[in-house]
Design a protein around this ligand. Structure first.
Ligand code: S3P
Length: 430
């Protein structure tokens, strides 16, 4: 059913931000490779992370749901995964398929991965290529460029020094995780720094991992030494919708509690602040090795800005909602070096241009970014989410701040933020 978003007027109140999607995935994967039980709190029980839970169960790991956002994971040790009796289905989740392919590359058993319509269109050669260089045997559709693909026992894999052609935390993580099972050390070098949650969590699990500039090195351990508990910080990519909405809707003031502020993820805060946003961090602390803060955001006038390739990995998932912010800013916003957006859950450069245009927005789509002259006034329209959760939520923010919007295919918000639409009502004063 379509979702009608009405203009909200000013937003006021406090939100607890649900668990970080990237960290939730990694917590279940690493806990599932440990030899002692791990309790995970503030886990994100959204469709993507549940795909990881399902796959880990198929690999012989016990995952008990002990509370609404709490899991108890019992693995069988680093070498304790079992051959799955059926095809592993990663659903819509790029993180599940790419990271677990890294884990499975060096296993002595056969496995097959698939995913939904969107995931089966997304590039997999980016992980299959380096894993093959490590000695893995992987064969998939269209010359091993797409899922479904099969991972065939290869009799062991070796460490490599891999220089990544693109900045991607999923590719980096796949190689590092494969490196846990290799016969020597593995290094990965990326062109720009992407999110480092895998590195931090590997270190929490006692793995020797170190970084020198853009190169990370991992040594294969004998076993993981697991923490008894992992507390997942709130997801800054979910908080981003409220950061933008509260900034552009006059009179708003919202407190976002327990938000992960790992510097590899805070590009959205840096850019909004450089555009004139009023964002204050307090109560800064650590959850394991991940920095966390409470964030107050108040409405402010924005000015346009220029984003270049280097910052893109630090706000890769926030560009659609940043495009909405740019429509409300004074002056021009130029986004460059963001061609990776074309291979996300949808082609996000094309999708955001197409859908916001239905609301009357004038956006220039370039091969690697967007050019937006603001401020612009938007009119109500019916816009499509392109089966992409972040598109649905970005369109909702545009509708809240302007004159409303009707969204087709809104249920995809369940991929990362199942209660997103309820939170609009919680913050809305009307
Ligand atoms: C993620 C990495 C990013 C991001 C995705 C989650 C991760 O993808 O867009 O939502 O958890 O590692 P890429 O590695 O493809 O940039």
């Amino acid at each position: 059913m379509n979702k009608v978003i009405k203009p909200t007027g000013k937003l006021k109140g406090t939100l607890n931000i649900p668990g970080d999607k990237s960290i939730s995935h990694r917590s279940v994967m690493l806990a599932g490779l440990a030899g002692s039980p791990v309790k995970i709190t503030n886990f994100l029980p959204a469709a993507d992370c549940l795909s990881t839970v399902c796959c880990m169960r198929s690999l012989g790991v016990s995952v008990q749901e002990t509370g609404e956002t709490e899991l108890l994971v019992k693995g069988n040790g680093l070498y304790g995964l079992k051959e799955p009796v059926d095809v592993l289905d990663a659903g819509n989740s790029g993180t599940t398929i790419r990271l677990l392919t890294g884990v499975l590359a060096g296993q002595p058993f056969f496995s097959v991965f698939t995913g939904d319509n969107s995931l089966r269109r997304r590039p997999m050669a980016r992980v299959i290529t380096p894993l093959t260089q490590m000695g893995a045997k992987i064969q998939g559709r269209e010359n091993s460029r797409y899922a479904p693909f099969a991972i065939i026992p290869a009799g062991g894999i070796k460490g490599i020094d891999y220089v990544m052609p693109m900045a991607s935390a999923q590719v980096k993580s796949a190689v590092l995780l494969a490196g846990l099972f290799a016969d020597g050390e593995t290094t990965v070098t990326e062109p720009y720094l992407s999110r480092d949650h895998t590195e931090r969590m590997l270190s929490t699990f006692g793995v020797v991992i170190n970084r020198e500039n853009l190169t990370v090195r991992v040594l294969p351990p004998k076993e993981l030494s697991a923490p008894t508990e992992i507390d997942v910080p709130g997801d800054i990519s979910s908080a981003a919708f409220w950061l933008v909405a509260s900034t552009i809707i006059p009179g708003s003031k919202v407190l976002l509690k327990n938000v992960g502020v790992n510097p590899t993820r805070t590009g959205i805060i840096d850019v909004l602040v450089s555009m004139g946003a009023n964002i204050t961090l307090s109560n800064q602390r650590l959850a394991g090795q991940e920095p966390v803060a409470d964030i107050v955001v108040e409405a402010a006038e924005l000015r346009g800005t220029i984003l270049e390739a280097e910052i893109i990995p630090r706000l890769i998932d926030e560009i659609p909602v940043l495009a909405v912010a740019a429509l409300f800013a004074n002056g021009q916003t130029v986004i460059r070096g963001a061609e990776e957006l074309r291979v996300k859950e949808s082609d996000r450069l094309k999708a955001i241009t197409q859908e916001l245009s239905k609301m009357g927005a004038k956006i220039i789509e370039t091969p690697d970014g967007l050019i937006i002259d603001g401020p612009q006034s938007l009119k109500p329209a019916t816009c499509d989410a392109h089966d992409d959760h972040r598109m649905a939520m970005s369109l909702a923010v545009a509708g809240m701040a302007a004159d409303g919007v009707e969204i087709t295919g809104p249920e995809c918000v369940a991929i990362s933020y199942p209660h997103f639409f309820n939170e609009i009502n919680a913050l809305s004063q009307e």
